[in-house]
Ligand binder design. Structure first.
Ligand code: AMP
Length: 332
């Protein structure tokens, strides 16, 4: 049973791990009248305590999260999952009884690179070719370890010898993908159960050490993310990007009930023939939405008449769900 059934809709708290997009999530939650809880690593507690919009800062470690379940439920807390929470806390988030804003089953699904790609293909979205062994792969290829974090754990192979050699040293599971030539572009969407629609919210690109750094020929490309930059898309691309966002939401609906709830992202390379090839998705808020934190994204104004950020979009959905006694529709 979803614990949210026992919640007082007028006394909801919003909780998240103090990292990633926590500041925009909690600032907006506070603005919308929710109590805010930051679950923080001990070392970062003074930083998060210094902001008045965060009502409580609780110390947490990956092994202590389970023990906070009852306390979180007693505060009528809804957890907002984000990338760092999924990476560092892994399956312990989806085991919690505390309601999670979004679809917790999608978080589990995301952990397996192969099932991940299957979902995109089923949505009819162009994806890079995937190979099961170095011998059948075309080059250039990108190799991704299952447990890769923040771009760490990926490598590129320019020719077959390099691919065979590098793969032979791997001990963890990995997938080999066609390396698509073009520019990266990441699209932020929001699936609203309250308003029954998919919204295109914004886009970003990542700022990655040894691909964006000043390293001409000096180092192998690596994809370690240090930040994000806002991206304004050619308007002529927007209809297709929204169509892919909707197709993806439909594929999730068919495969992983109750479907997409809240923020998600499709991560793509746009080729020079303007074909969009999606190599990855995130079924929760991405750090790239921080580029619009506090300012609001240009596309959000198309729906709300004023720019809002993703934290605020989440708070608005929870507010509308609470007001309509529909918190069950936005949490799992
Ligand atoms: P990710 O952590 O999955 O977002 O990927 C890190 C970076 O690897 C992205 O920003 C892309 O630049 C690059 N990348 C991942 N997969 C591909 C691919 N199939 N083709 C080209 N570049 C890719």
């Amino acid at each position: 049973m979803n614990a949210v059934k026992s919640y007082d809709p007028e006394k909801i708290s919003v909780a998240t791990l103090a990292s990633h997009t926590a500041l925009q999530i909690l600032l907006a939650a506070h603005k919308h009248g929710f109590r805010t809880i930051a679950l923080s690593a001990e070392v970062n507690m003074p930083f998060y305590k210094s902001f008045s919009f965060i009502d409580e800062v609780w110390p947490v470690t990956p092994s202590s999260l389970d023990k906070m379940d009852s306390e979180l439920i007693s505060r009528n807390a809804v957890i907002i999952p984000h990338g760092s929470m999924v990476e560092y806390f892994g399956p312990s988030i989806t085991r919690l009884r505390t309601p999670i804003f979004g679809n917790r089953h999608l978080i589990d699904w995301e952990r397996n690179q192969e099932s991940k790609m299957k979902l995109l293909r089923e949505a009819g979205i162009p994806t890079p070719r995937t190979y099961s062994s170095p011998t059948e792969a075309s080059v250039p290829a990108i190799v991704k370890l299952y447990g890769a974090k923040g771009g760490r754990g990926y490598f590129l192979a320019r020719n077959r010898e390099e691919l065979a050699l590098k793969c032979s040293t791997l001990t963890e599971p990995y997938i080999i993908q066609e390396y698509v030539i073009g520019v990266p572009a990441y699209y932020h969407y929001f699936s609203s159960k309250m308003r029954g629609r998919i919204e295109i919210f914004g886009a970003d690109i990542r700022y990655e050490t040894n691909v964006d750094g000043r390293i001409p020929g000096l180092a192998d490309p690596t994809f370690v993310v240090v930040g994000n930059l806002p991206l304004t898309l050619r308007e002529s691309l927007l209809p297709k990007i929204l169509k892919y966002g909707e197709a993806f939401a439909e594929a999730v609906e068919r495969n992983i009930p109750p479907g997409l709830i809240g923020p998600y992202c499709l991560e793509s390379i746009i080729r020079d023939d303007m074909e969009i090839v999606v190599f990855e998705y995130s079924g929760r808020i991405v750090a790239g939405t921080n580029v619009y934190a506090a300012l609001g994204s240009p596309y959000s104004a198309l729906y709300f008449g004023k720019p809002i950020d993703m934290g605020e979009r989440i708070a608005l959905e929870i507010e509308e769900a609470a007001a309509g006694n529909r918190l069950e529709d936005v949490t799992t």
